[in-house]
Design a protein around this ligand. Structure first.
Ligand code: ZN
Length: 274
C-alpha cells in the first residue's frame, strides 16, 4: 500500500507534466471506489480548469485547479496514476480518466478500488471528511520532537498502533512504521507513554530518516506501486526489518520476527528493539 514516500513520488512525477495543463474532459468507469466517483461534480470542478499545483498531505495527493477547486485523491491499496496517449488502450481497472491537451490522458487505475477521488472548493477541502481527521504530516516543519513527545505522553496504545494512527501522524503506514521503530530501537509492543524523552527524540529522528530514505530511493515497490511515469521504486532493497521474517538482523544477527497487530504484520528485531 502506498505510504507517504510513494505518494510524494507520485506527486513529484505528476507535477512537471500536469501543472499548466487544462483539463478538457473527465470520464469514469461508473464503478465505485471506497466511495462512488461523482462524475457530475468531478466534471463541473475539472473541465475547463487549468492545473495550478500538485501537492500532498499525508497519503493524499491534491491537484489545485485555477477555478478555486481541488481534486483530492488517495491511492488506497492498489491505485496508480498514469499518463498515457489517448490512442493507447486503457488497461483493465481504469476508473477515471482526465483528458489533457495534446492527446494526453491522466488515468486512475485501481484493481481493488479502495482509493478516493473527490473534488472540493479550496475552502471546503480542509474540512472534508478525508482531510479534517488527519494529524500532522511528518515532513511539515511543525512536526517537532516536542510535538511528537506530547502525543506519545498522551497515549497508552502500543507504538505500532500509535504510529499507524493517521489522526496523529498523517502518512506513515506498515512499512515505514516497522522501519522507524527498528531505527529507534523501540519495540512495536511498547506503550507510547513509556517512551520517555531520549527515546522520543530518537523516534522522531528515525521517522524522518526512513521517510527521507524512502523518497531518496523513489519509494518502496513490492507489487503494485509505480510513480506517475510508471517507474518502480528501489526502497524495498533498503529495508532492515519489513518483509524479512526469519532473516538475520543486519545490526545484531538475531532472527527478525513477525507478529500480528490489529490484523497487520509487524516485523521487528527482538534483540535491537526494546
Ligand atoms: Zn537486531
Amino acid at each position: 500500500m502506498p505510504e507517504l514516500p510513494e505518494v510524494e513520488m507520485v506527486v513529484r512525477t505528476l507535477r512537471p507534466r500536469l501543472v499548466g495543463q487544462r483539463i478538457t474532459k473527465v470520464e469514469s468507469s461508473g464503478l465505485p471506489l471506497r466511495r462512488p466517483i461523482e462524475l457530475r461534480a468531478l466534471s463541473r470542478a475539472c473541465v475547463g480548469a487549468r492545473v495550478e499545483a500538485v501537492r500532498r498531505i499525508g497519503k493524499y495527493w491534491l491537484i489545485d485547479l485555477s477555478n478555486d477547486h481541488v481534486l483530492l485523491g488517495h491511492l488506497g491499496m492498489t491505485g496508480r496514476l498514469l499518463f498515457a496517449a489517448a490512442r493507447d488502450p486503457r488497461e483493465p481497472h481504469t476508473h477515471a480518466v482526465l483528458t489533457l491537451g495534446r492527446g494526453v490522458e491522466l488515468r486512475y487505475v485501481d484493481p481493488r478500488r479502495f482509493g478516493v477521488l473527490r473534488t472540493y472548493t479550496q475552502a471546503e477541502a480542509p474540512r472534508s471528511p478525508e482531510l479534517s481527521v488527519l494529524g500532522m504530516d511528518p515532513l511539515e516543519p511543525g512536526f517537532t520532537v516536542d510535538h511528537l513527545q506530547a502525543m506519545l505522553d498522551d497515549s497508552r496504545r502500543d507504538l505500532k498502533a500509535f504510529l499507524m494512527d493517521q489522526g496523529r501522524i498523517a502518512g506513515l503506514g506498515n512499512i515505514y512504521v516497522c522501519e522507524a521503530l527498528f531505527h529507534a530501537g523501540l519495540s512495536p509492543l511498547r506503550r507510547a507513554n513509556t517512551v520517555g524523552r531520549a527515546r522520543g527524540k530518537k523516534l522522531h529522528a528515525a521517522i524522518l530518516q526512513v521517510l527521507e530514505a524512502g523518497i531518496a530511493n523513489r519509494g518502496t515497490s513490492f507489487s503494485d506501486y509505480v510513480d506517475a511515469d510508471g517507474n518502480q521504486g528501489g526502497n524495498q532493497h533498503a529495508l532492515w526489518v519489513y518483509g524479512r521474517e526469519g532473516e538475520a538482523c543486519r545490526n545484531c544477527g538475531a532472527r527478525i520476527k513477525r507478529l500480528t497487530q490489529a490484523g497487520r504484520s509487524t516485523f521487528y528485531c527482538p534483540k535491537c528493539q526494546k
